[in-house]
Write a protein that binds this ligand. Structure first.
Ligand code: APR
Length: 251
């Protein structure tokens, strides 16, 4: 069975109604990174940072996986598939992908301020997502999406969003490179390839394998030595088309 590695960014969730970062209407057009996504911001303006991620959790519970997430999950019927995502949403999980590595953390988790190895699933997250998908009011689940300012873990240490801030290490990067090196096919979807080290993942694959790029924009692929097949379409349109083709040609 051939192996496909799918490397995704914010664009794969754009068609679910979740803002990207660097598009004209992106998150960084409305918030300053230094106010909400750095260790210094968390130390100096804890309430602003906690509130920013509470808003994003509340929004995420109201969104659904789109056709791109579903198409990626469908590849598992004929390929070994691993998803490596820069996204902190859980839409790949909700679409049914079974092997997912998050490079920049996960909105549905918190972690200890004292020990970054102590990571905690937010209790009731999956149930809340399912209930809201079935029409429940997201504010009936505020205890799930709202991290309290002084929330502590069982060891008594303050908690924080399990999100990699700018300037912080990307703990899963080496693992992601090892995964990428085993790919027979690489699919890149919905990333500007602007943020390192994540963007360097495209250089971790074997040089002779095909790279498929699905993006309505024009990420810079000039440094990719591999043959690049560019599908200049939105993920919800381009990914189902690509995945259908790959499933038809699967051996
Ligand atoms: N379908 C597919 N791709 C899309 C769509 C869509 N509907 N809409 C936009 N895109 C593309 C854009 O053209 C761009 O290439 O998605 C990409 C979004 O780029 P960014 O906003 O830079 O998002 P991303 O690449 O995921 O950012 C990387 O930067 O701020 C940090 O931690 C954050 O993980 C994030 C990282």
């Amino acid at each position: 069975m051939k192996k496909i590695v799918v490397f995704t960014g914010a664009g794969v969730s754009a068609d679910s109604g979740i803002a990207t970062f660097r598009d004209s209407d992106g998150l960084w057009a409305n918030y300053r990174i230094e106010d909400v996504c750095t260790p210094e911001a968390l130390a100096m303006n804890r309430s602003t940072v906690i509130e920013f991620y509470n808003i994003r959790r509340r929004e995420l519970l109201q969104k659904r996986a789109n056709a791109a997430h579903t198409a990626i999950a469908s590849l598992e019927s004929r390929y070994e598939v691993e998803v490596i995502t820069q996204n902190i949403d859980d839409l790949h999980e909700r679409a049914g992908s079974s092997k997912i590595t998050h490079l920049h953390g996960e909105l549905s988790k918190l972690r200890s301020m004292a020990d970054s190895e102590r990571i905690y699933d937010i209790p009731g997250w999956k149930e809340a997502a399912k209930a809201v998908e079935n029409g429940a009011d997201v504010d009936d689940y505020a205890s799930v999406w709202k991290e309290e300012l002084e929330a502590k873990d069982p060891y008594g240490d303050l908690l924080r969003p399990h999100v990699v801030f700018f300037g912080e290490q990307v703990p899963n990067y080496d693992l992601a490179c090892r995964i990428a090196a085993t790919a027979d096919i690489l699919i890149v979807c919905g990333t500007s390839l602007a943020v390192y080290p994540a963007a360097a993942l495209v250089f971790a694959v074997k040089k002779d394998i095909p790279v498929y790029l699905v993006d309505p924009g024009s990420p810079d692929t000039s440094r990719i030595a591999n043959p690049v097949h560019f599908i200049q379409k939105k993920a919800a349109e381009g990914m189902p088309e690509l995945c259908r083709r790959l499933l038809e040609q699967a051996v």
